[in-house]
Design a protein around this ligand. Structure first.
Ligand code: SF4
Ligand code: SF4
Length: 378
């Protein structure tokens, strides 16, 4: 039976977070699993250049609390790293680290903040769909990985939790290629499970103190859930998160895939939950989650119907021209290469759009809406 720990964490005040994070780490005897010579990687969710109070990225106080705990346990070889959306360059990393609060934490605690942008292919033959992933160097070198995710809804996968956070182990603009290769949610979910099996974090914490609902993972609204949850079983932790946000696990692609592959127990009753589960009303879901036709179509017919469905039935990204600043970040992250900048505004050609919503995710000024087609505007 997997153990999930939950704390009611009212604020990001460091002392409070330290107490709660220590509780989680102690329940799983994490200090006892890491020896001083081991290299520990802390992997926060640093999706984009956002300040901690914008509830898009892992709050720095959780990262600092984990570092303090490890150092007190005599573990000093600690690196903080992520490959955010967009370019994976030292300059881009610096901008995101500075704004997200990671630079300050790592300087204060004197731990490494990764600026190397190397990556290498890591093979895992047992994987179902993807046998080899390009992974950023600190992930390849780590002996123990602590995943610190941010709890958010997600336009494509439905949930951004412990497993989805690992997508940031893939370097920069290689990520959109995975969207291109696996445009259907079912396959994307399988890919994420293969990725998790390849990266194999030892432990995961989820920052749900100020979570995001609605048009996540970057354009949603704040949900003050005041919760940190943790486990060493990431699939079961994501199952628990489904319960917390009021989502059907069968509709969250990576949770469904983990259940189908018997990596996740699939039943909340089978989890050993330590702590008080927040009694929250269901999270508002991303607009795209309202309609998932491809999931209903029998597999043999999907190829034939895909074009038709994509054109008429699914949601799509729509640029709000008055807010677009023409930065090109959406075009850069579009795996289908179907966005161009014209007269300093983004323009989408929908024929090739695969509805991954990377553009929506990466727009720094939230100028991309997710809209259902007119057929569903009752
Ligand atoms: S336009 Fe947006 S949603 Fe469509 S393929 Fe490009 S990034 Fe994905
Ligand atoms: S839509 Fe957003 S990401 Fe794309 S060019 Fe405009 S401001 Fe930049």
């Amino acid at each position: 039976m997997s153990m999930i720990t939950v704390t009611h964490t009212p604020t990001y005040e460091l002392k409070q977070v330290q107490r709660d994070v220590a509780f989680h780490l102690e329940q799983f005897h994490i200090a006892g699993r890491i020896t001083p010579e081991m290299r520990v990687l802390i992997k926060p969710n640093l999706l984009m250049k956002r300040r901690p109070e914008e509830f898009t990225t892992t709050h720095p106080s959780l990262v600092e609390a984990v570092i303090c705990y490890l150092k007190e346990a005599g573990i000093h070889n600690i690196t903080v790293a992520d490959s955010p959306g967009g370019l994976y360059t030292a300059q881009a990393l610096k901008g995101i680290y500075d704004v997200s609060g990671m630079t300050e934490v790592c300087q204060r605690q004197q731990v490494n903040l990764n600026f190397t942008t190397d990556s290498r292919e890591v093979r895992r033959e047992e994987n179902k769909l993807v046998k080899s992933f390009p992974l950023i160097q600190p992930v390849c070198e780590a002996d123990f990985i602590i995943d610190i995710a941010k709890l958010k809804t997600h336009a494509m996968t439905g949930l951004s939790g412990a497993v989805k956070n690992l997508f940031g182990c893939i370097p920069g603009l290689t990520k959109p290629e995975f969207h291109w290769r696996f445009p259907e949610k079912e396959l994307f979910g399988d890919m994420l499970i293969d990725l998790c099996e390849t990266v194999r974090p030892g432990f995961a914490l989820v920052d749900g103190v100020h979570a995001m609902e609605g048009d996540g993972p970057s354009g949603g609204d704040k949900r003050e859930l005041h919760m940190i949850a943790a486990s060493d079983q990431l699939y079961d932790l994501d199952l628990f998160l489904c319960h917390v946000i009021g989502a059907d696990p069968q509709k969250i692609c990576m949770v469904k895939s983990a259940i189908d592959r018997r990596l996740c127990c699939g039943d909340l009753q089978k989890l050993d939950i330590i702590g008080d589960v927040p009694q929250a009303k269901p999270f508002a879901i991303p607009q795209d989650k309202g309609v998932d036709f491809m999931g209903q179509v029998p597999a043999p017919l999907r190829g034939v119907t895909k074009k038709f469905v994509n054109r008429f039935f699914t949601s799509r990204p729509v640029i709000r021209k008055r807010d677009c600043i023409g930065c090109g970040k959406c075009a850069q992250s579009c795996p289908a290469k179907t966005i161009r900048i014209q007269d300093k505004k983004a323009v989408i050609s929908y024929q090739r759009c695969i509805h991954c919503f990377c553009c929506h995710e990466m727009c720094p000024v939230k100028a991309i809406d997710i809209k259902r087609t007119k057929l569903f505007d009752h």
